[in-house]
Write a new protein. Structure first.
Length: 428
């Protein structure tokens, strides 16, 4: 065993091959006895050997350090499973359970969600996802791959986050992942806003939309709370019924109001051309009203178990303190607001553009282009709206202990008297 004290501060292990080689005394030239036979060389005193070995060790490490400064990617590997790097080693203090950017600011959260909702992540293979999971799990165990860089570690973390649930660790359903939000929503929303004039089309696309929303809400539920088939079915049927009823009701109301009373008002005010243009424009906003109403129904019903039993709350260091229904209420309200605002740009901006384009000669000549253009416009809006609206509230939301239920307050103050705020995953 080599004395690790000779390694100096540059080496992290006593199993240093460089030191072992440096400490090996050089063989002096053989000497001959009077009879011509080789004479054993005299053994230097032990303290002299130590000084010589230490000097050679430090000189060797200086040369290695200079090489590594010129070649940062070069590593010195040791025998066994452990791997050591002379310079440029990834710190084991990187918290891969937290985002790379400061989540206390909107900009930091926006950068985080632009990465999480990147549509390219849905194209990753299972092998790539499993490799990312292995990198993250190994790193959390203190095992670092030989050629891993810090940027590669963060990339693996975001690939892992895009496909695996943050609380349960389960691989999420493909279309329920946040990276699928833009391509799925742009297709469904674009079609809802294109085919909104007939009852069968309204029913079909609202049903498709609520089916997709049910999958997303279930996939991104907070905590490790199980949900029964009955609860899932109740939430799905209720949200679909609410969305369809809202859409059909508003469609009928729009037709009645804008073809009678309001049109008469516009004609009396000599604004007949305004009525002609406003009537179809308002009708285009009916799908947005239906989506907003459905979100207010679907999300609370899909997460009703959390409202009954609470969601896990922790202290700042992630130590679990219990379950809180008050925290669940705050989480669900924040998610509903985010979802409605997320849909707003894609369902509010394209109607104005399409209402103008449909009066042009191009769409009159090629009416089949209406749906692709609508889908494209919605997609452009959602690319920005999805991450920005997800970033409105921190993913790791917080609440003052004073706002918790009385029994939870008492429990927290008893077990963790210094805790002023509790934290929880609000879901998406």
């Amino acid at each position: 065993m080599v004395d690790s004290r000779t390694c100096g501060p540059a080496v992290a292990s006593a199993d240093c091959v460089t030191c072992a080689e440096a400490l090996r005394p050089a063989a002096p030239p053989p000497t001959l006895a009077e009879n011509g036979t080789p004479r054993a060389p005299p053994t230097p005193p032990r303290h002299v050997l130590g000084l010589l070995g230490r000097a050679r060790c430090q000189a060797q490490h200086f040369r290695v350090k200079r090489v590594l400064e010129l070649e940062p990617g070069l590593r010195t590997e040791q025998s066994g499973r452990r791997e050591y790097k002379m310079t440029g080693e990834i710190s084991l203090n990187i918290n891969t359970k937290e985002p790379r950017w400061d989540q206390g600011t909107f900009i930091g959260r926006a950068k985080h969600f632009f990465t999480v909702t990147d549509p390219r992540n849905i194209l990753l293979s299972n092998a790539q996802l499993e490799n990312a999971r292995k990198i993250i799990h190994d790193y959390r165990q203190g095992i670092i791959a030989p050629e891993l860089t810090e940027d590669e570690l963060w990339r693996a973390k975001y690939v892992y986050d895009s496909a695996f649930h943050p609380d349960t660790g389960e691989k999420m359903i493909l279309i329920g992942r946040m990276s699928a939000q833009v391509p799925m929503n742009m297709t469904i929303t674009g079609c809802m806003m294109t085919f909104y004039k007939t009852t069968p089309a309204v029913v079909f696309w609202q049903w498709i939309n609520q089916s997709f929303n049910a999958i997303v809400n279930y996939t991104n539920r907070s905590g490790d709370a199980p949900i029964t088939v009955g609860q899932l079915g109740t939430a799905y049927v209720s949200a679909t019924t609410g969305a369809v009823a809202t859409a059909l009701g508003l469609n009928s109301l729009t037709k009645v109001l804008l073809t009678s009373d309001m049109c008469i008002f516009y004609q009396l005010m000599d604004l007949g051309i305004v009525a002609k243009h406003v009537t179809p424009l308002i009708g285009r906003f009916v799908p947005f009203a239906a989506v907003a109403a459905a979100n207010c129904i679907n999300i609370p019903l899909m997460r009703q178990r959390e409202l009954k039993h609470g969601i896990p709350i922790t202290d700042e260091n992630g130590n679990r303190l219990g379950e809180s229904t008050k925290a669940a209420q705050q989480a669900i309200v924040q998610v509903v607001i985010s979802r409605i605002l997320m849909a707003a740009p894609g369902m509010a901006i394209p109607p104005f553009i399409m209402n103008t384009l449909e009066r042009k000669a191009f769409l009159k000549r090629f009416p089949w282009m209406s749906a692709p253009i609508q889908v494209g416009l919605v997609g452009v809006c959602l690319v920005f709206a999805t991450p920005l609206c997800c970033a409105l509230f921190p993913q790791k939301s917080s609440m003052s202990v004073n706002r918790l239920e009385h029994d939870i307050q008492a429990k927290v103050r008893k077990t963790s008297p210094g805790v002023e705020y509790v934290y929880f995953n609000k879901g998406l």
